[in-house]
Design a protein around this ligand. Structure first.
Ligand SMILES: Cc1ncc(C[n+]2csc(CCOP(=O)(O)OP(=O)(O)O)c2C)c(N)n1
Ligand SMILES: [Mg+2]
Length: 396
């Protein structure tokens, strides 16, 4: 079982060296199961059914290919905006794989893999990117702001860390109702500087709510590097101040992420209260399709993390267990690419939302003011002709 900072609180050592050896950008305090050669430590290796291992691998590849498709659609000018999660597939999959369908998920905007693992419709996710009539939110949300109430996947919202307090509220409700459902929430390293993060963890610690806080430390908040974000050496150490266990894991080692999450999930489910998991990785893509990371990122650090691709590492592990091979890899890629192509074709064909959808779902019954505004807009449409989608550029 991974030990938390209750038992151990090592700070990160400076990892660079001037000996001519390749510089390591990996903190030494991280919980790891796969070593540098991608071999699992037999003492720590979690017991995971073969079907689950393969489902996890599939989800990581599916997430990567979904992200690639999202970026490509944006570059082709077919959608306005995209936020990729390149390099963060192990964090999303390793945590999602530990949850029950009754559990609540409050994601950030960089967790498409959590939606996919949970079974969200890929067509519906693409419809959100187009903001068309097939989108759950009928085009009233930003792209990548997915929302699946039936899967207990709370709507993504852009203001950083707002989901943290929402998750604590949901898990407090579950504690009061004695349902054994837990709530998991994701935020970034930048998110830990937000008031909502502090408020959420204060309440969770004091009320011992069944919440798991996943902090994806991808070392940047847009262009702001971690050392300018906080004076803390380890984000996992923030847990101490709120009276909960915290653990820092190698976010590119899906087995380590899974083990830390299993431990947190068990604690929450059995009434032991919340846990903070800091999953350390590097954001391998741009912040969003509007960003150019080459203007600010440390290229040596980038190259280092490129050599630690979580998908390659997991595939090496699965190959060593005789569960995977190159033929299966090829088949998986073509199957997923076909699935994505079909989903894109379906989603792109959907009509734009009806203009009256601007006024629906606000209240159970439209107020006088909404009715008046709706009538005005319809009159305008009569005069000018049907409104069309003219959003070619996205400002963010
Ligand atoms: C409250 C708030 N402040 C600022 C922003 C602008 N903003 C959008 S993303 C972002 C960076 C967040 O970084 P991090 O939490 O590390 O998550 P990451 O993008 O790395 O996944 C900022 C500052 C915002 N959306 N909300
Ligand atoms: Mg970040």
């Amino acid at each position: 079982m991974p030990s938390t900072n209750k038992e151990k609180s090592k700070t990160a050592k400076k990892t660079s060296n001037g000996s001519g050896k390749k510089t390591s950008y990996l903190r030494e305090d991280l919980y790891r199961i796969l070593n540098d050669k991608n071999v699992a430590d037999p003492k720590k290796e979690p017991k995971i059914d073969k079907e689950i291992l393969l489902a996890m691998y599939r989800n990581m590849v599916r997430t990567r290919l979904y992200d690639e498709r999202g970026m490509m659609l944006q570059r082709q000018g077919r959608i306005g905006f995209y936020v990729p999660s390149f390099g963060q597939e192990a964090i999303q999959t390793g945590t999602a794989a530990c949850l029950k369908k009754e559990d609540w998920i409050f994601p950030s905007y960089r967790e498409p893999g959590v939606f996919l693992y949970r079974g969200a419709s890929i067509v519906s996710m693409f419809c959100n990117l187009w903001g068309n009539s097939g989108d759950v939110c009928k085009g009233r949300q930003m792209p990548v702001h997915y929302s699946f109430a039936d899967l207990k996947l709370f709507s993504v919202s852009s203001p950083i860390a707002t989901q943290v307090i929402q998750a604590v509220g949901a898990s407090l409700a579950s504690k009061i109702r004695k349902t054994k459902e837990l709530a998991v929430t994701y935020c970034g390293d930048g998110g830990t500087s937000e008031t909502d993060f502090h408020t959420g963890l204060t309440f969770a610690g004091a009320m011992k709510t069944p919440t798991v806080f996943i902090v994806t430390n991808n070392q940047y908040a847009i262009s702001v590097p971690l050392h300018k974000q906080t004076g803390a050496k380890r984000l996992a150490d923030k847990a101490i101040g709120y009276g909960m266990p915290g653990i820092a894991v190698d976010g590119n080692d899906v087995l380590a992420v899974y083990s830390a999450m299993k431990d947190a999930e068990k604690r929450a489910r059995e009434g032991g209260g919340p846990t903070l998991i800091e999953a350390v990785t590097l954001r391998m893509g741009p912040h969003s399709s509007s960003d150019d990371p080459t203007r600010y990122r440390d290229e040596k650090m980038y190259d280092f993390w490129k050599g630690r691709d979580p998908i390659v590492r997991f595939s090496d592990y699965l190959k060593s267990k005789k569960l995977w091979d190159d033929k299966k890899e090829k088949a998986l890629h073509s199957e997923i690419k076909e699935e994505l192509a079909e989903a894109v074709e379906k989603a792109e064909k959907m009509a734009i939302p009806d203009v009256t959808d601007l006024f629906s779902d606000v209240y159970a019954e439209k107020t006088q003011q909404l009715l008046r505004q709706e009538a005005e807009l319809l009159k305008e449409q009569e005069l000018r002709g049907k409104f069309e989608n003219t959003s070619e550029a996205f400002p963010l």
